[in-house]
Write a protein that binds this ligand. Structure first.
Ligand code: FMN
Length: 150
């Protein structure tokens, strides 16, 4: 279930924790923790920046004992992984970053050293694997090699 955990409609994280406990009791498994949707205005008490809505997922997870999904400017593969490994949320979801880069999951898998191209259609995957083999660290590197001539 998705909640606007924080909103300027007289509703905030404290109220959301109470609701999350009730939702867990009636069988809701996971809460997707967004903000500012009740009055259709994008508001949040946390400053807009990387992971700005993650604190809401963390709070509901800790205080309501329910699984949560974090959103809000989750952009980088290692940022997403850290949110999970630090136990701040059980799932992460990306919206605008996926509009910017629809192949984000493939890219993230490659940067983790996994076979991201297994997710692409075989005809494209074959070429992408070949491309990786032609340049060292192409798929896993997050920075440009020095001395690169373009
Ligand atoms: C095109 C688009 C449509 C969205 N539609 C909804 C929606 O219907 N309901 C909702 O609660 N949030 C909606 N959102 C908000 C996102 O689910 C998400 O909470 C928010 O964009 C923050 O994550 P992001 O920084 O990864 O985009 C939408 C976002 C985008 C970009």
């Amino acid at each position: 279930m998705r909640l606007s955990v924080d909103d300027d409609a007289g509703w905030g994280p404290a109220e959301s924790v109470v609701l999350a406990r009730e939702l867990k009791a009636v069988g809701v498994d996971v809460i997707d923790c967004s903000a500012g949707g009740i009055l259709a205005r994008p508001v949040s008490s946390t400053p807009i920046g990387y992971g700005y809505q993650v604190p809401f997922a963390q709070k509901l997870r800790e205080e309501a004992g329910i699984k949560t999904m974090a959103v809000g400017l989750i952009v980088h593969h290692d940022q997403a992984e850290r949110i999970l490994s630090e136990g701040r949320a059980d799932l992460v979801a990306l919206a605008r970053e996926m509009l910017h880069n629809p192949n984000w999951a493939v890219d993230a898998a490659c940067k983790f050293g996994l076979d991201g191209y297994a997710m692409t259609p075989p005809a494209a995957g074959w070429w992408l694997q070949k491309r990786v083999a032609s340049v060292p660290n192409l798929a896993t590197s997050t920075s440009r090699p020095t001395g690169l001539v373009v």
